[in-house]
Design a protein around this ligand. Structure first.
Ligand code: AMP
Ligand code: MG
Length: 339
């Protein structure tokens, strides 16, 4: 199969629509990362997405809809606070997990009785969703465990020859995946941190919890995606805190002397320190939005230019950085299951 990359026009949207209605999978841009889109009502299309990504079959998918889609078709209960969240943040990078009517393919939620729904703000994604007027599942368009894609080229690198079409909407502005928030209980609970922060949600509805899986208790994990090693570049990675900078520099120098290609991925304030020791750097930037937007681009660059990537945890650990740190730590774990 030849994989075509096309800019977003009325024709390419019509082509994507035809492919999706005939059971195909198409890569699409969103404001967070690129997604692999398929018809959420079509069992075979949903299964194909799991297959092409190599995604574990207990990691449910998010259904994407346009901003005027009638949610009552697919959700069973809509608490009043969820409406407030939609009004405040949608369209945008917030996924809400509702009790499901079970109308979409049973493969979407992997046996859970809930359905995750997102309304992307990206104009190209909205145009396609309006043309489809059905929910479209769209997990991040990367091979499972690999770094998420923030450009059409990233998608091509992972899926050349495996999908027919990539809609090219340029570089994603947000850079990390949506916040996933459970709205099935009395208050919203964040299952995966992202660009819409716990503080932002609590400000709108008064309270917001954060889910941390208790692996010891044997409880069924609420959002299976949180378990996996993920977002990982194909080079060795090591993660240091900002208190361990000297050790990190020494590690870079040692690896270089051993003939390895090494780079340090760090926020801007530490760049000089590495460069003074002759270590190449990948600069995450200064602000939280810069760091979120650059993270995956730099992890994908790292695997092309490094044998060993030394990463330094950014010093700010609240707000959007909760999401950035979550991705960075998973990218740098060596274990397959992150406890
Ligand atoms: P991705 O689309 O690859 O960014 O991953 C989707 C994320 O949403 C994963 O972390 C999933 O575990 C999570 N997710 C999707 N559907 C549900 C659901 N029904 N309940 C809880 N988490 C979900
Ligand atoms: Mg993903």
């Amino acid at each position: 199969m030849q994989t075509q990359i096309k800019t977003i026009t009325a024709e390419s949207i019509a082509e994507a629509k035809n492919l999706i209605f005939s059971g195909g999978v198409v890569a699409i841009p969103t404001e967070t990362v690129y997604g692999l889109g398929g018809n959420a009502f079509d069992d075979q299309a949903v299964q194909k997405i799991f297959e092409v990504k190599g995604r574990p079959n207990d990691n449910p998918l998010i259904a994407h809809v346009h901003s005027d889609y009638d949610l009552s078709k697919i959700i069973d209960y809509d608490p009043p606070y969820a409406k407030k969240l939609r009004e405040a943040f949608l369209p945008g990078p917030l996924t809400l997990v509702y009790p499901s009517t079970g109308k979409v393919s049973k493969y979407v939620s992997c046996g859970l009785n809930t359905l995750a729904i997102r309304v992307p703000a990206h104009e190209g994604a909205q145009a396609l969703l309006r043309a489809l007027d059905i929910p479209m599942v769209a997990p991040s368009a990367n091979l499972s465990k690999h770094v998420s894609p923030t450009s059409a080229e990233h998608v091509y690198d992972d899926f050349e020859g495996k999908i027919p079409l990539i809609l090219d909407g340029g570089a994603c502005e947000g850079g990390i995946e949506s916040t996933v928030c459970d709205v099935t209980g009395d208050i919203p609970v964040i299952l995966r941190p992202g660009l819409i922060t716990r503080e932002m949600i609590a400000k709108v509805v008064g309270a917001c919890g954060e889910y941390t899986p208790d692996f010891q208790s044997g409880e069924k994990v609420k959002s299976p995606g949180v378990l996996y090693k993920h977002y990982s570049p194909r080079c060795q990675t090591r993660l240091f805190t900002a208190n361990e900078l000297e050790r990190a520099v020494a590690e870079c120098v040692k690896e270089k002397l051993a003939g390895k290609r090494v780079a340090a991925l760090c926020e801007e304030q530490f760049v000089m320190l590495f460069e003074q020791s002759g270590v190449e750097t990948l600069n995450l930037g200064r602000t939280e939005s810069e760091m979120a937007a650059r993270l995956y681009e730099l992890l994908r660059k790292a695997e092309k230019v490094c044998d060993v990537l030394i990463t330094i945890e950014p010093t700010e650990k609240s707000g959007v950085m909760v999401g950035v740190l979550n991705r960075l730590r998973k990218a740098c774990t060596s274990s397959d299951i992150k406890h």
